[in-house]
Ligand binder design. Structure first.
Ligand code: NAD
Length: 431
């Protein structure tokens, strides 16, 4: 099939490349010309395991190309995937101006039947608006369908998630659109849930909000564990082994972040409000998440007494391991708060440092590895559980720190082992 991917960010680039790998002809488009120039010269603008090789292979096979011309890509394609960003506006609702912009490009260049698919995460009823906008701006009287096909890939394992999805959700209004999308996804042999467009739009917001709720729930429980002096990890294990609950997303820590959960949660709260329902449960989920970030700052200052001029090492900046994405990462927010309190920060992240520089600038010190970060530090905070932070030479860490104090923001270390080595250890919801 001939596909155009409008918006070549984390989602667009992975989706486009993987569809090309399945044998489709794919044009990935972005209005950021610099990004397209990079991609055309073999430079991959994001870190995603396995992506570089897959792009190279599919460009060589001439199934994948990059362009900055939305209209030409639409003319050359049968299925158009909209993958532009839908960032939060100041009030938390989704900013859909990117979607509207590409809808105009699509409408103005459609010269034969097109299936226009929303892949970006959007509030319910966006599909209707998209259809109206295309109808209003169409230059040629051609048939088209709008469909919703929300994306569930996780950064860091995006290619694997594309190829082995738990489910594919398709929201359609016509049998023709359903048939095309089912055929497109057929090689993946995955469970396909077919519903209407509004249903598919709600599935994405509901799924992300539910996962965020699980995280906030266990973080709330971790506060109780901390008060009575028991370990949240054991509690979470005991709770999560019930298959009706399951242990995924049931890990206490510094809270959720990233480009999806915080934004989608807010957008779901706002669209619910617009529709006349106050989603108070989700407001509380947000509040708990915010409290976890404040808790980290409190814990650090409790351990160090006064923060001005204290040297705090930070391991990890990305919102989770295996990605360079720092959008709404708890680490970035917490670092800003610590800096505002007068602390001096030394950081190391295996791949997210370049992105972090644009957010944090030169107010912190960027280090070459986990050991350099702790040189002369009064305390170290683990923010992102990259594998390389799991196996460290603790004696070396202790020797180069000014004080052996550790805040394990992801509860990955063995408290007894570290205490035995002479560290002052604290985690989240455990001693
Ligand atoms: P992103 O910011 O990485 O990528 C969006 C891209 O669209 C950018 O490269 C931008 O330059 C481009 N763009 C903007 N306007 C354009 C236009 N008019 N024409 C062509 N290109 C344009 O965002 P992302 O992380 O890929 O997310 C895209 C959407 O997918 C969002 O709605 C997001 O919520 C959703 N989503 C993201 C993830 C994820 O893990 N990142 C997962 C599932 C769903």
């Amino acid at each position: 099939m001939k596909l155009a991917i409008l918006g070549t960010g984390y989602v667009g680039i992975v989706t486009g490349t993987c569809f090309a790998d399945l044998g489709n002809d794919v044009i990935c488009v972005d209005n950021n010309e610099e990004k397209i120039k990079q991609l055309n010269s073999g430079i991959i603008p994001i870190y995603e395991p396995g992506l570089e090789e897959l792009i190279k292979k599919n460009r060589q096979n001439e199934r994948l190309s990059f362009s900055s011309d939305n209209k030409e890509a639409v003319r050359k394609s049968d299925i158009i995937f909209i993958c532009v960003g839908t960032p939060p506006r100041n009030d938390g609702s989704a900013d859909l101006t990117g979607i509207e912009k590409v809808s105009r490009d699509i409408a103005e260049s459609m010269d034969s039947y097109k299936l226009v698919v929303e892949k970006s995460t959007v509030p319910v009823e966006t599909g209707e608006r998209l259809k109206d906008a295309i109808k209003r701006n169409m230059k040629n009287d051609v048939e088209f369908d709008v469909a919703s096909n929300p994306e569930f890939l996780r950064e860091g394992s995006a290619i694997e998630d594309f190829n082995s999805p738990d489910r594919i959700v398709i929201g359609v209004e016509s049998k023709k659109a359903e048939k095309i999308l089912c055929e497109l996804y057929e090689p993946l042999n995955a469970k396909i849930v077919v519903t209407n467009i509004k249903g598919a739009e709600i599935i994405k917001h509901a799924a992300n909000s539910f996962l965020a709720t699980k995280i906030s729930f266990i973080n709330a429980v971790s506060n109780i564990c901390e008060k009575v002096g028991t370990d949240i990890n054991a509690v979470a294990e005991g709770v999560g082994l019930d298959p009706r609950i399951n242990s995924r997303f049931l890990k206490a820590g510094i809270g959720f972040g990233g480009s999806c959960f915080p934004k989608d949660l807010q957008a779901f709260i706002r669209i619910s409000e617009r529709l006349g329902y106050s989603f108070d449960l989700l407001k509380e989920v947000e509040k708990i998440n915010e409290m976890q970030r404040a808790l980290v700052v409190k814990k650090v200052s409790d351990m160090l007494w006064n923060l001005p001029d204290k040297i705090i090492a930070v391991w990890g900046l990305a919102f989770k391991p295996n990605t360079d994405d720092i959008r709404s990462a708890p680490a970035i927010d917490i670092i800003k708060r610590l800096v505002a309190e007068g602390a001096k920060i030394r950081v190391f992240d295996p791949v997210a440092m370049e992105n972090a520089k644009s957010e944090l600038g030169d107010q912190i010190i960027y280090c070459q590895d986990a050991y350099e970060a702790v040189e002369g530090a009064d305390c170290v905070v683990l923010m992102t559980e990259w594998n390389e932070f799991k196996e460290l030479d603790w004696q070396k860490v202790k020797d180069i720190m000014k004080q052996p104090i550790i805040l394990d923001g992801r509860n990955i270390y063995d408290p007894d082992k570290l205490k035995g080595l002479g560290f002052k250890y604290t985690g989240i919801g455990r001693q």
